[in-house]
Write a protein that binds this ligand. Structure first.
Ligand code: MG
Length: 203
């Protein structure tokens, strides 16, 4: 399986990182080795002093597809959750400044946290869905899919132009504002609406 991530999909997050909006979605990949194993803590890697949490709505592909039209995109996933796209911001900044790819800052071991999957049938409106992240019992990030610059269906259509989507692939749809560095002993809890779907410790 593969993990496909969308960057810069929320205006306020683009602002907080001093970036400019792009016309097309920003796409990068994480290998399956980036998935944080169940019940494991997240270990801050030695190569970074500035690893940020990015809470994101994630979806799981349930059907193989290529060149998917936006109007059919909803048929290609039936489970959603929240995930964390951990980002070594200091490493990313160095790479970005040189115009280099981001993988070392975002695709390292443990950098993809996957929450508990829930059926999309349970959701009233996928385009007005709130999600949030609590750090040490305080809400630090709050997002709503209504604020996405590129909708879920647009994202699926766009990435399937380049990559065949396969059953079990996961798409990270971008983070809202409020990203910040994690520290040893932080506790991160992710919610979709009011439901807790993810809970990890930082080491
Ligand atoms: Mg992200």
């Amino acid at each position: 399986m593969k993990i496909i991530c969308i960057g810069q999909n929320y205006k306020e997050h683009i602002k907080e990182l001093n970036n400019k909006p792009t016309e097309d979605p920003v796409v990068f990949l994480k290998p399956d080795t980036a998935i944080l194993l169940k019940k494991q803590p997240f270990f801050i890697p030695d190569f970074s002093n500035d690893v940020h949490h990015e809470i994101e709505l994630i979806i799981k592909i349930n059907k193989i597809g290529k060149h998917i039209q936006p109007q059919f995109a909803h048929k290609y996933y039936d489970e959603i959750s929240v995930g964390i796209d951990f980002t070594a911001r200091d490493v990313q900044k160095k790479l970005r400044d040189k115009g280099l790819p981001w993988e070392c800052s975002k695709s390292f071991d443990g950098a993809a946290v996957i929450g508990k999957w829930i059926s999309k049938e349970k959701i009233k409106d996928l385009n007005a869905l709130s999600f949030s992240l609590k750090k040490n019992d305080k809400i630090v990030q709050q997002g709503n899919t209504a604020d996405m610059l590129h909708s879920i269906d647009t994202i699926i259509a766009y990435i399937s132009t380049y990559f065949t989507l396969k059953i079990g692939d996961i798409i990270f749809t971008g983070t809202p504002s409020g990203v910040s560095a994690v520290k040893t002993n932080d506790k991160l809890v992710g919610f979709l609406e009011e439901e807790e779907l993810l809970n990890i410790k930082v080491k």
